[in-house]
Design a protein around this ligand. Sequence first.
Ligand SMILES: [Zn+2]
Length: 336
Amino acid sequence: MHDLTLTRRQALWGTAALAGASTLVVQGGPALAKAPMATDQAPYFYRFKHGSMQGTVISDGILPLGEPSSSFLGTSKEEVGNMLTSNFLDPSNVILEQNILVLNTGQNLVLFDTGMGESTIFGPTTGKMMENLKVAGIDPAAIDAIVCTHGHCDHVWGIMTDSGERNFPNAQIYISQTDFDFWTDEAKLSMTDPSYMKLFVEGARKNLLPNRDRLVFVKDGQEFLPGIQAMAAPGHTLGHTIFVLTSDGQSMLAIGDTTHHHVLLLEKPLLEFAYDTDPKMSAKTRYRVLDMLATQRMPMIAYHFPWPGIGHIAKHGEGFRYYPAPMVMQELPEKT
Ligand SMILES: [Zn+2]
């Protein structure tokens, strides 16, 4: 513990300095200007290099989950709280980012997932993708592929506007057939358990069905666009798919919703998440993917991790630990 008690000498010096300052103000004319607090923030996009590809992470805004014990299951409320507190995170409100990757492969301009669209079911902080694409100088009409990890609201609801227009008029849409079939299934509109099912299915139908003629179903292991390979990662949803991005011999993994939280589901990868269609399968997949990332030291981008969600996973204790990559804001000079 640090001893924060002021010594008598420090306290006296502080008092003297304060007295001096107020004297200065009285004698020296106008008081120091009080700067207004700024209300803006740095742009919500981040560019990075991956081999000869260029990635831009675009935010759809934060998605606050609230008190976590109803979302993260399989352990006590106290333990979830302790894990958050010991990682300097608020135990009363879990915040998920929505890190949408735009990958310029040199041949295609590919968007990975699309955020919440105009829905406000998680409050007013989501739905920022279109505005942040604009700030990043990316023309939605130039996107030629939308790759969906799965059919949930925060991933496919930004395909269409509320009035039924396409946000990306020139894009083909890639998703697993399993997720398309599951989340657009009319029979699920009458389901009451889980309570979110009707809403999720309605939203998926609104965004996916008008695009039936531009859907491409991706298969496990398939390189469906140059440098982009699908890898089945079922459990969170039955057709949840993640993507290996390879350029110049370097690979990184876009892990989608393999894990929703950089502490809770890493320290304890076998915890269950309330929105998983098959929580047991999801936990197994999570462990397998995290283990692969750690063993191969492969970089990854996670959709819900702290902004901008790029980093590495290493084994740690019974589980894993996330090491965020430093953000690179300028190029290093050439080595001489
Ligand atoms: Zn998600």
